[in-house]
Ligand binder design. Structure first.
Ligand code: MN
Ligand code: MN
Length: 466
């Protein structure tokens, strides 16, 4: 073996170089990476809305002995509980033996809502041989991506008597799916000249839900009536029940391996169920942690973390107050010594669109979970900007536990930007930093992540809870 030159030695010692998780992994580790992805893909297929993601999380928690917690119930060391927030978000508690005034709570916060197409309150009409539902999109979508693909309907309708009816159509092999029309290229001459943002308007995102006229010459709107009669037959609902409903259209396809080597996963909703699943399984696989752990799967991140199920709600501090009171600790001191990873995705560098990225500071696919010290836009506006000391702390933790990770900034300065729940947690005097999985085609109906990065995020969260 030839000796290294002085310069080669210096280079190795002094310079920083990103690693590729697959390249560093042993054959056994690669098998573990692929194996872990299978469980994640199963979770994805069962979790296309925040309600379903919450339900799927509860099933996993209950299987590990977690029980439902209601606000105000007593808590003690060793407890494993979850608070179900209106079926749409969840706060998991594992009460550890260490003093939470001195060591704080370890908080992992991700979100389980994803961009989608929501149904309006008075949606059903017919026109020109088709019945449609009017919609209002949810979150940051590129509207043209949602036309001409198979869509599934998920959600609930609350009947006049208060009964909640669960609706899921388009997921089973024999189910019909739904559809948003697009213009044929032959007639799209003017549309093709339009900017992407205006080529498809919000009010044209109407969902095709029927085409068969009701067999009665005496009624008008026959196709609409067929749809209503079928809904009534299957769910016992009437048109008025749309008024008190929460129905969403999501892509009807399931998670799939991508590539000859199956290294990547294509799916709807990686943002942010990839962090929800990795943080949740990290907690479930860390039974011996002595820390008190709080895991949040939040709703409404895609529209600003608002409302009773969003991260800006008082629920986070309410639960910290309740935990502190039960353990006879001062919640102000508990928050001051708590640490949080805001677990959310970032943009992976995409060589097809290099212009919007700054390559040195973008997340590379398969280079591990990515940490964003800050997010925001236009001069770091609206970010919590974690301190160098806290980033240093997390860095040591990852290095000690063999986690391959990288830093990430979401695109070039002034190319755009984005936010996460980090600042809403940091505002409560809790050190917080963003860490998540790099995503290709974020917010598209079919997003892509690397199995290596999913596993790296899981390992990172395990290290945080150790
Ligand atoms: Mn997100
Ligand atoms: Mn998002």
């Amino acid at each position: 073996m030839s000796e290294k030159t002085k310069g080669q030695e210096m280079l190795e010692m002094l310079s920083y170089k990103k690693k590729n998780v697959f390249e560093e992994a042993s054959p056994e580790e690669i098998a573990a990476i692929y194996d872990y992805a299978r469980g994640y893909m199963e979770y994805l297929d069962n979790s296309k809305t925040e309600r379903e993601a919450t339900e799927a999380a509860i099933a996993l928690l209950q299987a590990q002995g977690y029980t439902e917690y209601r606000l105000g119930e007593s808590l003690s060391v060793g407890d494993k509980r979850y608070f179900n927030n209106r079926g749409k978000s969840i706060v998991v508690l594992k009460i550890g033996s260490r003093d939470i005034e001195k060591e704080g709570i370890r908080i992992l916060a991700s979100h389980v809502d994803s961009p989608r197409i929501d149904v309006k309150q008075n949606p059903l009409y017919e026109d020109s041989g088709m019945a449609f539902l009017k919609t209002h999109y949810y979150g940051g979508v590129k509207k043209y991506q949602w036309t001409a693909i198979p869509l599934a309907l998920h959600g609930v309708m609350v009947k006049a008597d208060g009964e909640v009816v669960k609706v899921t159509v388009g997921e089973d092999a024999g189910d019909p799916v739904f559809y948003i029309n697009d213009l044929l290229p032959h007639l799209a001459q003017r549309q093709s000249q339009e900017p992407l943002g205006t080529a498809i308007s919000g009010e044209s995102l109407n969902i095709v839900v029927g085409g068969l006229p009701y067999a009665d010459k005496e009624v008008s709107d026959k196709i609409k009536l067929t749809v209503l009669s079928l809904l009534n037959e299957k769910y016992g609902v009437t048109e008025a029940d749309f008024l008190s409903a929460e129905l969403s259209l999501v892509p009807a396809f399931s998670a799939r391996d991508i590539g000859f080597d199956r290294a990547l996963i294509g799916s709807y909703g990686h943002d942010d169920r990839v962090c929800a699943y990795t943080s949740l399984t990290a907690l479930l696989h860390s039974p011996n942690t002595e820390h008190t752990v709080m895991l949040v799967l939040a709703d409404k991140e895609e529209i600003g973390s608002v409302g009773v199920t969003g991260m800006q709600s008082d629920l986070l501090t309410d639960i910290i107050d309740l935990v502190s009171a039960e353990l006879s600790k001062n919640p102000i001191l508990v928050r001051a010594s708590s640490k949080c990873i805001s677990a959310d995705v970032s943009a992976a560098f995409d060589p097809n669109f290099p212009d919007v990225y700054e390559k040195r500071n973008s997340a590379m696919l398969s280079s591990g979970a990515c940490m964003s010290k800050f997010t925001g836009a236009r001069g770091k506006s609206s970010t919590s900007d974690a301190s160098a000391e806290f980033v240093g702390y997390v860095r040591r933790l990852f290095d000690e536990n063999g986690v391959i990770w990288q830093t990430a900034e979401l695109g070039k300065v002034d190319a755009g930007g984005g936010g996460t729940v980090a600042m809403y947690i940091a505002n409560h005097n809790i050190d917080t930093v963003d860490l998540g999985v790099p995503v290709i085609s974020m917010h598209a109906p079919f997003e892509v992540v690397s199995k290596a990065d999913v596993y790296s995020a899981y390992k990172a969260f395990c290290a945080f809870l150790k």
